[in-house]
Structures are given as structure tokens and as C-alpha cells.
Design a protein around this ligand. Structure first.
Ligand code: C2E
Ligand code: CA
Ligand code: CA
Length: 241
């Protein structure tokens, strides 16, 4: 019923504060319930399998809008889409993704796929194959929620990813700020030493931005710069300023 809406949250370059990307996040505006947070329906969709349809819908919407903007001559930035863990049992996932994007004649490098950290615990071989193929096709591939609950250091070693997204939890208040800062600083240097880019998520304060700039974090996504917003609002701020 067209109740699922694509929102885009901008990502900014840490030092230059230039718009450098965006993440597509779903919003459910239900006729009966009103606004429903993804935190309450995504887990249900992951259980009943509907999540694969939703993710395909989000990917297709993003490919379409990028295609439209490119045709209008706009200088687009890469937009990332979340790919839920259960997609990864499909050995043809990379081709499936490519086929959706290719309906809209969009260069693959403006589409990024965010794989949630928990996806890295199923069949390693399928995952490795899928990531390799996606990269061969020219898509950007990132590990989402890095550091949130599972240790995925092994995956960093084995998988040729482009980008690591540092989980927002690192930046929530904790009792010992200094220890938190050491972990973030060294996580950044680990990722950079592996020649990948790093995005910090959930960044809310100027102090955090300054800290991340000092330690070489590439991109920032968070309320400090912008909240997720409807596509037309993103379009205004991205292309009409
Ligand atoms: P995520 O992929 O880690 O997305 C980032 C979440 O952080 C988003 O929550 C975003 O609104 C929120 N966020 C961004 N900046 C800040 C900040 O400065 N402070 C705080 N406190 N939060 C911030 P959202 O949109 O509620 O989405 C929650 C989760 O639902 C997402 O986490 C993702 O796992 C899932 N999700 C959302 N859309 C999709 C989708 O299309 N497909 C799939 N598979 N999962 C989705
Ligand atoms: Ca994400
Ligand atoms: Ca995340």
C-alpha cells in the first residue's frame, strides 16, 4: 500500500564537512498505527522472511532515484542500502542485486551494500564469494555495526571490504570516556591500515566530530549533521544549496 517510505541520512566528510554519501533507511507510515519505528518491525520481518522483499524494494527505489538524478545531470553521491543477514543463504545474491540495479542503468559505484556484522557468522564461503562478486561488479561493500556485540576481527582479515561502519554505541555515554576513546582511535587505525575507509555512526556532538577528525575517520553519519529525511528534502539540501 506504499506505506514503506525511503528516508535518506546524509554522510559527511569528517574534515571538509562536505556531503559524501547517504544511507537509505526505511520508514513505515501505517494508516492504522501511524509512524512505526524500524526497531519494532525489522526484527519481525527478519523472522518471517519478509525482510528480503523489503530490502529489494529499498535497493530498487535507491537505484531508480540515483538513475533519475544522473539523467538530470546531478552530481550524485553513493547511497548505501542495508542487506539483511538472511539474504546471504542465497548463493546468487550478488547477481540478484546487480539485476535489480541494472534495470535503472546506474553505474554500480554509486550503490553501496551494508552487510550487518551478524551476517559474518553464517556460511563464510558463501559470504566471501558474494562479497568478491559484488566488488567485481563494481559495487561498494561495507560492514555495518562494527563492534556491536560480536567480534568480527576475523572477517576484517578475510573479506575484501571497502568500508567499515563503526557502531554508534561507541559514542553513547559511558563511565570511562578515556577508555572509549582509545578503542575508537585504535579501531580507526586498524581499518585504515587495512586500506579500508571508515564511517562513524550516531555522531551527535561537535566534540565527537573534532575527535574523529583528529584521528582520521573518513566519514560521519549522525544527528550532529543531519537526521534521516524524505527524498525530496535530501534532494533540496544535496543539489540546490
Ligand atoms: P542501522 O543500519 O545501524 O542504521 C542506523 C540507525 O541509527 C538508524 O536508525 C538511524 O536513524 C540512527 N541514527 C543515525 N544517526 C544517529 C544519531 O546521531 N544518534 C542516534 N541515537 N541514532 C542515530 P533507524 O532508522 O531507526 O534504523 C534502525 C535499524 O533498522 C537500522 O540500523 C537497520 O539495522 C534497520 N533498518 C532500517 N532500514 C532498513 C532496511 O531498509 N533494511 C534492513 N535490512 N534494515 C533496516
Ligand atoms: Ca546500516
Ligand atoms: Ca549501523
Amino acid at each position: 500500500n506504499k506505506e514503506f517510505i525511503v528516508y535518506l541520512q546524509p554522510k559527511y566528510a569528517t574534515v571538509t564537512e562536505k556531503l559524501s554519501g547517504a544511507e537509505a533507511l526505511v520508514r513505515w507510515i501505517s494508516k492504522e498505527k501511524g509512524f512505526v519505528s524500524p526497531g519494532s518491525f525489522i526484527p519481525i520481518f527478519e523472522k518471517n522472511g519478509f525482510i528480503t522483499k523489503l530490502d529489494d524494494y529499498m535497493l530498487e527505489s535507491v537505484a531508480k532515484i540515483q538513475g533519475d538524478w544522473i539523467k538530470e545531470g546531478k552530481e550524485v553521491v553513493p547511497i548505501s542500502v542495508n542487506i539483511s543477514r538472511i539474504h546471504f543463504s542465497n548463493p546468487n545474491l550478488a547477481d540478484h542485486i546487480r539485476d535489480i540495479v541494472d534495470k535503472y542503468d546506474v553505474p554500480h559505484h554509486v550503490i553501496e551494500l551494508e552487510l550487518t556484522e551478524s551476517a559474518f557468522f553464517d556460511d563464510k564461503n558463501i559470504l566471501l564469494n558474494t562479497v568478491k562478486k559484488l566488488k567485481e561488479y563494481g559495487f561498494e561493500v561495507s560492514m555495518d555495526d562494527f563492534g556491536a556485540g560480536y567480534s568480527s576481527l576475523n572477517s576484517l582479515k578475510d573479506l575484501p571490504l571497502d568500508i567499515v561502519k563503526l557502531d554508534g554505541e561507541f559514542f553513547r555515554d559511558s563511565d570511562d570516556k578515556e577508555r572509549g576513546e582509545i578503542v575508537v582511535r585504535d579501531a580507526i587505525s586498524l581499518v585504515k591500515n587495512l586500506n579500508m575507509r571508515i564511517v562513524a555512526e550516531g555522531i551527535e556532538t561537535k566534540e565527537q566530530v573534532e575527535f574523529l577528525a583528529l584521528h582520521g575517520c573518513d566519514l560521519i553519519q549522525g544527528y550532529y549533521f543531519a537526521k534521516p529525511m524524505p527524498i525530496d528534502e535530501f534532494q533540496k539540501s544535496a543539489f540546490e544549496d
